[in-house]
Write a protein that binds this ligand. Structure first.
Ligand code: GLN
Length: 445
């Protein structure tokens, strides 16, 4: 095992992909999308791994200071399966601390958007999206709890696929919220995603929530647009989205607008559930068994744990406090239990809307904002940015974000959702779309 900075013990004679590694290292100094680059990569198509998935011997700290120096002794199942198929592990990609964020700014290494370096790359899988947008043949293994794949895929102009909850093992994932976390894939093209998906999905003895289900590819000829989802997006996005709908109508899809007020409750329900789960997951990082080790056992009990947990960032601390509050015995029915009921009601309604239709919306209400603007947003303003990506995530529905337009040079994505286990239909849809749409990229390493 080694960290990126230690000398390699078993240096290979010949460096594989020397040009790629050289160019990548240089670009990474500008765009900050890898936390660690593996300069001892083996042959085989390169893939990257979001920093919250364990890779044996490579620092895996989920964007957090509290896990600094943690070198896993094992590979997360999706990583293990990629390596077993001969793919080359290229490095770990940057992210918001523990996945807490929508712009990649809640961490020490802030990724920049390859289309405009002053802008964010999205979040929380910021580095994964940048890696995909700058390399020709790249596969990024990422993770989404409430939109972390769709969002950066949309801001960086790549395809981001989040499968039905439970299809890909979470063994080796540094959890955010277990009932919501899903491993997914980003790539420039849907066929690369399909190939990767088939490799990494499927039952795993290490994750009891992981299912082996026969997946369908039911093509639906109807597209439902939920007005409350599209009403809140910027005027520019609204008009490009109208053009997209017109194009799809021309291709034979029936477009149906529906009104569904209750969808507004998705954000509060999601944040209550995700924070409740996150606060329990983060309890173990106490500097004693897990998290940065202090080794100074002369400190008093409170001082020891307080000092250790000072290493969480501001957003992580906020979620620990709020998450602990909402599941407190005296208020839990008012918040946590109610949020679970909202989740069930939303899932049922969305399921019924998708009986014979896909749901489509823009992926994000805006194009990638400037890093400075994103930093100025209040927590509530930031959470509101997830209004379009949270509904499918809360219900574990498979969804895909694909690029469909560019506004002043910045990419815009649309998000297509389908019913549980109809995952292949999404990839079929995007592969059809790709025939008539030309993606643009500024870098082609
Ligand atoms: N922005 C959302 C959050 O902060 C979703 C992030 C994610 O999917 N990891 O919870």
């Amino acid at each position: 095992m080694r960290s990126a900075s230690e000398p390699k013990k078993q240096r290979k004679e010949k460096v594989v992909y020397p040009k790629l590694l050289r160019e990548l290292t240089k670009l990474n100094e500008e765009l900050h999308f890898f936390t660690v680059i593996n300069d001892n990569i083996s042959e085989g198509a390169p893939f990257s791994v979001k920093d919250n998935l364990c890779v044996k011997g490579f620092e895996s700290r989920a964007g957090s200071k509290i896990l600094k120096g943690y070198l896993p002794q094992f590979n997360a199942t999706p990583v293990e399966r990629m390596i077993a198929k001969g793919f080359g592990f290229l490095g770990k990609t940057t992210m918001d601390e523990f996945g807490f964020g929508s712009f990649g700014v809640n961490t020490d290494i802030v990724a920049r958007n390859p289309f405009d370096e002053k802008c964010v790359a999205g979040g929380s899988s910021s580095g994964a999206a940048v890696a995909t947008a700058v390399m020709k043949n790249h596969i990024a293994i990422a993770e989404s709890t409430g939109g972390s794949i769709s969002n950066p895929a949309s801001f960086c102009g790549v395809v981001g696929f989040t499968p039905t909850y439970g299809l890909i093992s979470r063994y080796g994932l540094i959890d955010y919220a277990n009932s919501l976390d899903k491993i997914g894939i980003m790539a420039r093209e849907s066929n690369q995603i399909r190939e990767t998906f088939d490799i990494i999905k499927g039952k795993d003895g290490y994750d009891s929530t992981c299912v082996d289900k026969k997946l369908t590819a039911l093509k639906k000829k109807k597209i439902v647009v939920i007005d409350q989802l599209t009403n809140g997006v910027s005027e520019e996005i609204k008009s490009t989205f109208q053009v997209l709908l017109a194009r799809l109508e021309n291709q034979g899809y029936a477009i149906e607008h529906v009104s569904f007020d209750f969808i507004d409750k998705a954000i509060p329900a999601y944040y209550i559930i995700s924070m409740a789960e996150a606060s329990t997951n983060l309890a173990k990082y106490d500097g004693y068994k897990y998290g940065m080790q202090y080794g100074d056992f002369t400190k008093k009990y409170n001082e020891f744990f307080t000092n250790a947990r000072e290493n969480f960032g501001t957003e992580a601390k906020r979620r620990i406090v709020l998450g602990t509050f909402v599941r407190g015995a005296s208020v839990k029915d008012k918040y946590y239990t109610k949020a679970l009921k909202v989740r069930t009601a939303l899932t049922n309604k969305l399921s019924s809307l998708m009986k014979d239709a896909f749901i489509l919306s823009p992926t994000m209400p805006i194009t990638a904002p400037k890093i400075e603007e994103a930093r100025k947003l209040s927590p509530l303003q930031t959470y509101a940015m997830d209004s379009l990506t949270i509904p499918p995530n809360l219900s574990g529905f498979p969804h895909v974000s694909f690029p469909y337009a560019y506004i002043k040079g910045m990419p815009v994505g649309a998000q297509l959702i389908t019913s549980h286990f109809n995952d292949y239909a999404l990839l079929d849809f995007v592969s059809e779309w790709e025939k008539s749409f030309e993606y643009q990229f500024k870098h082609n390493l």
